[in-house]
Design a protein around this ligand. Structure first.
Ligand SMILES: [Zn+2]
Ligand SMILES: [Zn+2]
Length: 303
């Protein structure tokens, strides 16, 4: 049974999460709420799979003392701090639409394309923007926010949402701005959102899945993303992609470890305090405030 699960879990969770999203839309829920609820379904499925076929038995969201912090960051970042960039985008949308119609610039989004090609365009734009904003977060000032995501010492599904509110605000703004400017259909953007959320959650999961090797060159698998969480800077400064790996392949930053059981997640000099509320302030205060060491060895990208 477990052998079968190792082969089917990954594709099955992707399909069930997308089916959950489509079902929730069909029964009349808003796209935003459907993405949220389908993501919850997705995380529960991954959580159960982590119990059945863990990659490493010592990793568990139930035994990780940081799990409550992970949940608090996920809720606060997306549901509260995330409202700020969404409000900015909503008001920007009105101004941009007015400006473009004044200049007689219309039809930036190719509505005449087949829906599949439009979806592919959403995917392409999302992945290009995600890759560069993620690389930016590995540099200088932005690293102080992104380090929260990387200081986790074990991988499981809750680590996906362990993102600082400051990083989430930047991410929502830059990922959605191209679609606001181009007037992209919201339905397609939300549909891609649940797809990338699903792959993102799976990328952090503590599950021993068997996948064909070529998959690591197509999508962000646990092997690909666990390597990005490695304490080893050579791996950490690689694998920046969100859902598909083509940007890492194009820019030569894809690195596949032999086995993600050998990856040790974490950062060498962790300046974050232990409690959620202090973690929110940590990037903005001197390291000495929390008696933490500087993070000099982590700044900048090593090639
Ligand atoms: Zn990163
Ligand atoms: Zn991650």
């Amino acid at each position: 049974m477990k052998t079968v699960l190792r082969y089917v879990a990954y594709p099955l969770i992707v399909v069930l999460s997308l089916v959950a999203y489509v079902y929730l839309r069909e029964v009349g829920l808003s796209a935003g709420l459907s993405v949220f609820l389908a993501s919850v379904v997705n995380m529960v499925l991954i959580g159960l799979t982590e119990i059945a076929i863990p990659l490493r038995k010592e990793w568990s969201l139930f035994k990780d003392w940081q799990s409550p912090n992970d949940i608090l960051h996920a809720i606060f970042s997306t549901e509260f701090a995330g409202r700020i960039p969404r409000l900015i985008l909503a008001s920007a949308s009105i101004s941009i639409t007015a400006y473009l119609s004044e200049k007689n610039i219309t039809g930036l989004w190719p509505t005449h394309w087949h829906i599949a090609w439009q979806f592919a365009l959403v995917a392409l734009i999302s992945e290009v923007v995600f890759y560069w904003q993620h690389r930016m977060h590995h540099r200088s000032f932005f690293w102080r926010f992104h380090a929260l995501h990387h200081n986790a010492e074990q991988m499981h599904v809750l680590k996906s949402g362990r993102l600082h509110a400051g990083e989430i605000m930047v991410r929502i703004l830059v990922l959605n701005l191209p679609f606001v400017v181009m007037g992209s259909p919201g339905e397609l953007v939300f549909a891609y959102g649940i797809f990338s959320n699903t792959l993102g959650n799976l990328g952090h999961a503590n599950i021993a899945v068997k996948l064909p090797h070529f998959m690591h060159y197509v999508v962000v698998t646990p092997l690909v993303h666990h390597a990005h969480h490695a304490i080893d800077p050579e791996f950490r400064n690689s694998n920046f992609s969100g859902a598909f790996t083509f940007m890492d392949i194009i820019f030569g930053t894809l690195r596949l470890p032999q086995d993600n059981r050998l990856i040790q997640p974490g950062i060498t000099e962790d300046f974050y305090p232990k409690f959620w509320l202090w973690q929110l302030f940590a990037p903005l205060l001197p390291n000495s405030f929390f008696n933490a060491k500087p993070t000099k060895s982590l700044q900048g990208e090593s090639k």
